[in-house]
Design a protein around this ligand. Structure first.
Ligand code: GAP
Length: 515
């Protein structure tokens, strides 16, 4: 990560803490690694993101329904899903620093460094050739760039083989051949590569009664698969149909870093779309497009999102890609779209002994549906929004302000109600206005400090509108409304406030872009 990007992540982390968005878990005990709590504003923002996803899935699609399944599930679920045997990451330790790494991440970071060199060459050439510069042509013809790209290609192919074959010895050799050094100790004194299962487990029931091992679910998807028959039958569903769920997931990640990007306890928003076999490719393409539209509707730059096809397909998939987002530490996975075949339903059928099939009344036959899954981490989505919304602006008068340019409908507080002074009946008038508006959107009352300071506080938490109640308000029933983004102020009548704010913060406007 460049120094500039490192600073930008640090600023976001400290801003998130200072204003009550995200706190380290158990902070008074020095924290718990890779576990975070959402504060008074963070939980509001998180709930609004959930609402956006939930409505886009279940309200806009009449063939998608939502469920809320338990975190604990029968242990055989995880045998059937393949997680007991195959949900592991390759880990390696550096003997000098005693630091633990994911072997594939070490290699990916190495490739990213070469990619950085390619970008440097391109930047230099861009400067040299000016408007006449053609990047695509340069990538194809410049010897140095070609050399770098070929190297990346070769490493990527070898990495894919190591991952696909779970070949730990080959992995170690790759790390040695590339002469990758530990970022902390600088040494190449590595242990062997080993596979590490990421599931947490615990005991259910008292030991005397014969407690059994249960897992904290590493994905919410299995709660959907095991409820396929229940929902299909009770909901009288017809293919294609989807089941959506938002809930906690747990992974004992080897390397936890980058704030809420990689956590040990996190939240997923997953949707399994059940389709007729043979139609999986069509629906995979549909959901790729649908999901990228959902992201783009937020109004950030479309260049901040890109697709990345998986180089290692999970044990259940016949096609898979990520939507990557340009986080402060570069492009990384935000969401996965996976064509999971009939693997899960078939496997649960085998392990449970229950017939898990769909009856197609048009074809008069039973079959196991195929599944296309969309799976997004809520916390990563939160970080993506926070990092793009956070802006340090230089104003015309030379001063600076920190403003969170959150999409209006996601802002935890929609309107700040500010009496110019507490006396002369202004506080009472402000309370009266707020008491009328609080049924329509979240308002915050603030009467402390100068009006300028109060505006800055609201900018910093992303409140789209502030209204100021002054002495004139008592006579003309008008307030000054200030727009967070333009900082423009205008007088409007008290009766108009609800209309102006409701229209601007309504989730409906964004949902309409998806239709
Ligand atoms: N059911 C499929 C599945 O779980 P995944 O790619 O392992 O697929 C889906 O995870 C999404 O969950 C990821 O794209 C990411 O946004 C989020 N995610 C996964 N591990 C995470 C972690 N340790 N911390 C935060 N988010 C995570």
């Amino acid at each position: 990560m460049s120094a500039k990007n490192e600073d930008s992540l640090k600023n976001i982390i400290s801003h998130a803490k200072e204003y009550g968005f995200v706190f380290q878990s158990s902070e008074i005990y020095d924290g718990l690694s890779a576990v975070y709590d959402y504060g008074q504003l963070g939980s509001g923002l998180k709930n609004n993101i959930k609402e956006y996803w939930w409505k886009a899935m279940t309200q806009l699609h009449e063939n998608i329904v939502g469920i809320d399944s338990a975190i604990f599930m029968h242990p055989t679920v995880w045998k059937a899903s393949g997680h007991v045997d195959a949900f592991s990451d390759p880990l390696i330790d550096n003997k000098d620093s005693k630091k633990r790494y994911r072997a594939d991440v070490l290699v990916e970071d190495y490739m990213a460094k070469i990619e950085g060199k390619v970008n440097k060459e391109i930047k230099k050439a861009e400067k040299r050739f000016g408007d006449a510069f053609n990047e695509a042509e340069y990538r194809k013809t410049n010897g140095r760039v070609l050399g770098y790209l070929e190297k990346i290609n070769t490493i990527e192919t070898e990495l894919k083989t190591c991952l696909e074959e779970n070949d730990n010895n080959r992995f170690k050799k790759l790390i040695e051949d590339l002469e990758i050094a530990c970022p902390v100790s600088g040494s190449r004194n590595w242990t062997d590569v080993r596979q590490f299962n990421l599931m947490f487990n615990t005991e259910m029931g008292a030991v005397a009664e014969g407690a059994s091992t249960v897992y904290l679910r590493p994905e919410t998807a299995q709660g959907i698969f095991v409820n396929f028959l229940n929902v299909y039958k009770t909901g009288r569903m017809k293919l294609p149909f989807g089941i959506a769920q938002i809930g906690k997931a747990f992974r004992n990640e080897i390397v936890a870093r980058q704030f809420i990007f990689r956590m040990r306890e996190f939240e997923q928003m997953e949707m399994q779309f059940f389709v007729k076999p043979g139609e999986d490719k069509k629906w995979y393409d549909y959901w790729k497009q649908n999901r990228i539209n959902w992201h783009n509707a937020l109004g950030f730059s479309e260049n901040d999102y890109r697709f990345h096809d998986h180089i290692k397909l999970a044990h259940y998939a016949n096609a898979a890609c990520d939507i990557e987002f340009n986080f402060p530490f570069g492009f990384k996975e935000l969401e996965g779209i996976h064509s999971r075949t009939d693997f899960d339903l078939k496997s649960h059928e085998e392990h449970s002994g229950k017939k898990i099939q769909y009856f197609d009344s048009e074809e008069n036959r039973n079959y196991t549906p195929y599944v296309v899954e969309t799976s997004i981490g809520l916390d990563r989505m939160f970080l993506s929004i926070l990092s793009k919304s956070y802006q340090n602006e230089k104003l015309e008068d030379g001063s600076e302000r920190v403003v969170l340019k959150l999409p209006h409908f996601l802002a935890p507080i929609k309107l700040a109600v500010l009496p110019l002074v507490k006396k002369d009946g202004l506080a009472e008038k402000a309370r009266e206005i707020m008491n009328n508006l609080k049924f329509d959107f979240t308002c915050q009352y603030d009467a402390k400090d100068s009006i300028g300071k109060r505006y800055r506080r609201q900018d910093a938490i992303g409140t789209p509108f502030c209204i100021t109640i002054d002495h004139d308000t008592l006579n003309d029933n008008q307030v000054t409304i200030r727009n967070r983004d333009t900082m423009q102020q205008e007088r409007i009548s008290i009766d108009e406030i609800n209309n102006v704010v409701s229209k601007a913060v309504d989730i409906k406007e964004t949902l309409k872009k998806l239709n």
